[in-house]
Design a protein around this ligand. Structure first.
Ligand code: XBP
Ligand code: MG
Length: 241
């Protein structure tokens, strides 16, 4: 049996550098809901330690005056729904590009019969918008959603990364054992989630995460550029020896 049987991709920071658009969508949401919040990149990098947009807004609210805390607690679902729609509009405007090497790897894996899946904290509409509107050098100009056997996302699980739940869900739906798969992640939370679920993991750190201890990762690379399926198989093979 050749391994990996499946590649499980994180989305934000891994498929594409999306957090700049998420940040803009959050700040547009705060204006829409009349909150005196404007997250700057430095604060957002810190807030990204909290996975999940709803959880992130609630975590920030806990540092704010009681009136703002109460309002966000009462409105967080409505705020996040608005933010997700806004993020979709920003993605639709074609502002995203795939990170280097990602589309080539997806294409190679598909041609080699390696299953593809997504395991992400972000909301499912955001994954769909990215696939639909991010240009790819493929016949249809985009990566077809149908290339992915599984899209495991956001609130499909109770506990978000660094909990392993979203990876357990992806593996269950793939029908693949953890050691038969390989995860690709960009952040401390994502690596922790994938390792906790037992997947060998390659880390390609996002521009939005600071340096972190990637102990346990199969490899840490600046990007997937030039790595390809052969490169990943070599990493898995080296580990198994
Ligand atoms: C990254 C996240 C998400 C996004 C925002 O997900 O933590 O919360 O920052 O998206 P991943 P939502 O790296 O696992 O793809 O507002 O939809 O959560
Ligand atoms: Mg990520």
């Amino acid at each position: 049996m050749t391994v990996p049987r499946a590649l499980v991709f994180d989305v934000d920071g891994t498929l594409a550098e999306t957090e700049g658009l998420h940040l803009q969508a959050f700040n547009d949401t705060f204006r829409e809901f009349g909150l005196p919040w404007a997250w700057n990149p430095g604060l957002y990098r810190h807030l990204l330690e909290v996975a999940g947009g709803k959880e992130r807004m609630l975590a920030h609210a806990a540092t704010r005056p009681p009136g703002e805390q109460a309002m966000v607690r009462a409105m967080v679902l409505e705020m996040h729904a608005w933010k997700t729609r806004r993020y979709g509009e920003l993605v639709e405007s074609g502002r995203l590009t795939y990170r280097p090497g990602v589309v080539a790897l997806l294409r190679e894996a598909r041609e080699a019969g390696v299953a593809l899946a997504v395991a992400t904290t972000t909301s499912l509409p955001n994954v769909r918008a990215l696939l639909r509107h991010t240009p790819a050098d493929l016949p249809g100009g985009a990566v077809p959603e149908g290339w992915f056997a599984v899209l495991a996302a956001g609130d499909m699980v109770k506990s978000k990364k660094p909990a392993p739940d979203i990876y357990h869900l992806a593996l269950d739906r793939l029908g693949v054992a953890p050691h038969e798969a390989l995860a690709v992640e960009d952040s401390r939370n994502g690596l922790a989630a994938a390792l906790a679920a037992g997947l060998p993991t390659v880390v390609t750190p996002s521009a939005w995460v600071g340096p972190f201890d990637a102990a346990g990762a199969l490899a840490v690379a600046d990007s997937l550029d030039g790595v390809g399926l052969a490169g990943l198989r070599a990493l898995v093979g080296a580990r198994r020896r």
